[in-house]
Design a protein around this ligand. Structure first.
Ligand SMILES: [Zn+2]
Length: 418
């Protein structure tokens, strides 16, 4: 089998400060990472990267592929768009994720079995996209602010995006239905807050309902994530074994200790509020206090061992798709974490949240060859990742989604790593 040999790579994966090495890709995996320049044999392709960066593909840890902001993209169809149109939007957005350097995605909700469908379409080669951990409907209780199932006189229903359940038995059944539909991580709307139409201190699930959901999912190898926007609910969910805390407003020292103990991931999703504070001030300002509190605690949470991941509600309320990588400099600038740290959140932590620890998220022998070739050093300038033109290569499982390595001039002068 012919190999791809990347000589003079600046290897960066968040687990080390970066080193000069050669990366050898064989089939779908990284065969070796070696010091010094390696010669090829036979049909091997050898590229001298002259110091350009090889880093793992990033993981979008909170994503709604079917979301389409209709203020930004006019359409005759709103939330009532036919399933086929919603699926086409999702396919477009999943491809856009890959175009932006995200080789993995953990969905945070999509109606009408769209995630399992697009995942199958990617596996078939029908469309291009990242590895996907599928999600389904928002599971919540009667009267939750997303519960559009009544008043009933006009038979106005939700558009397939909501599953209403009540009581532990209701949650057991709802989780089983989601899993039957091909969902790998079930989304529960546990509280209000963080941009939705109810206060953050409102609980929409009971401890018993959440416990049943998490245990039922675990019985069949599925995970649970939850919209959580008050401290007591965050702590409760972590203690019950939640896989991903979404938003996590109110996260404090007790939440840090519990998340480390139970291994919960945190998707702080500060990108949406940061954009809203700029483009929709009255709405955005409503999230400022939570934004500042979360930004302030993130460095301590990371240092204690909480596994933080990227991801947000792109496509919602004036928050366009495609800005994904801009979440990395946000954490550098607003939370004061280092570029290398936020690269680790985007890569190793994201892969672990997908259940792919030891398979993805590192540049090391034996790993799946999900990686990027970046023109420059993102650990010195994290904003390099925000410009897709700097992504010279995007590989998933050793297969090139984007390959502009030929743009690198032969015997180019060395770029000194910063
Ligand atoms: Zn969301």
């Amino acid at each position: 089998m012919s190999r791809l040999i990347l000589n003079n790579a600046h290897v960066l994966d968040g687990a080390n400060p970066g080193r000069r090495a050669s990366v050898i890709v064989e089939g779908e995996r990284i065969a070796a990472v070696l010091d010094g320049t390696q010669a090829g044999t036979g049909d091997d392709r050898v590229v001298d990267l002259a110091g350009r960066t090889v880093m793992p593909g990033m993981v979008m840890g909170h994503y709604h592929a079917s979301y389409q902001d209709l203020g930004l993209v006019p359409s005759p169809f709103g939330l009532d768009a036919p399933t086929a149109l919603q699926a086409l939007r999702a396919a477009k957005h999943y491809r856009l994720l890959l175009d932006c350097g995200f080789t993995g995605a953990i969905s945070a909700g999509a109606p009408n079995r769209i995630d399992p469908a697009v995942k199958a379409a990617i596996a078939e080669g029908t469309v291009a996209g990242p590895r996907i951990m599928t999600c389904g409907r928002d599971v919540s209780t009667t009267g939750h602010c997303n519960d559009l199932s009544y008043p009933t006189q006009w038979q106005v229903g939700a558009t397939g995006g909501i599953a209403i359940a009540d009581g532990p038995e209701g949650f057991r059944r709802a989780v089983r239905e989601e899993i039957k539909d091909g969902v790998e991580i079930i989304k529960i709307f546990a509280t209000g807050g963080h941009g939705v139409g109810s206060p953050c201190d409102h609980w929409f699930v009971s401890r018993e309902e959440l416990d049943m959901a998490i245990r039922t999912a675990a019985e069949r190898g599925a995970k649970v994530r939850a919209h959580l926007s008050n401290r007591d609910a965050v702590l409760c969910a972590i203690e019950l074994g939640i896989h991903i805390v979404d938003h996590g407003d109110g996260f404090d020292e007790a939440c840090i200790a519990a998340a480390v103990k139970h291994g919960a991931f945190l998707a702080p999703s500060l990108h949406f509020p940061s954009v809203m504070m700029r483009v929709a001030p009255p709405y955005g300002e409503g999230m400022r206090a939570e934004f500042e509190a979360m930004a302030a605690i993130l460095p301590a949470a990371d240092a204690a061992g909480v596994r933080i991941i990227l991801g947000d509600d792109y496509g919602a309320y004036g928050f366009p798709h495609g800005l994904y990588a801009e979440e990395l400099p946000l954490y550098v600038e607003a939370a004061g974490v280092s570029p290398l740290t936020v690269i680790r959140w985007a890569t190793a932590n994201g892969a672990a949240a997908m259940g792919l620890e030891g398979e993805c998220g590192r540049i090391a022998a034996g790993m799946l060859a999900d990686f990027l070739v970046v023109d420059g050093d993102p650990s010195a300038d994290i904003r390099l990742l925000c410009d897709r033109a700097n992504l010279l290569g995007i590989f998933k499982g050793g297969v090139a989604h984007k390959d502009e390595l030929s743009r690198i001039p032969a015997r180019a002068p060395e770029k000194a790593p910063a």
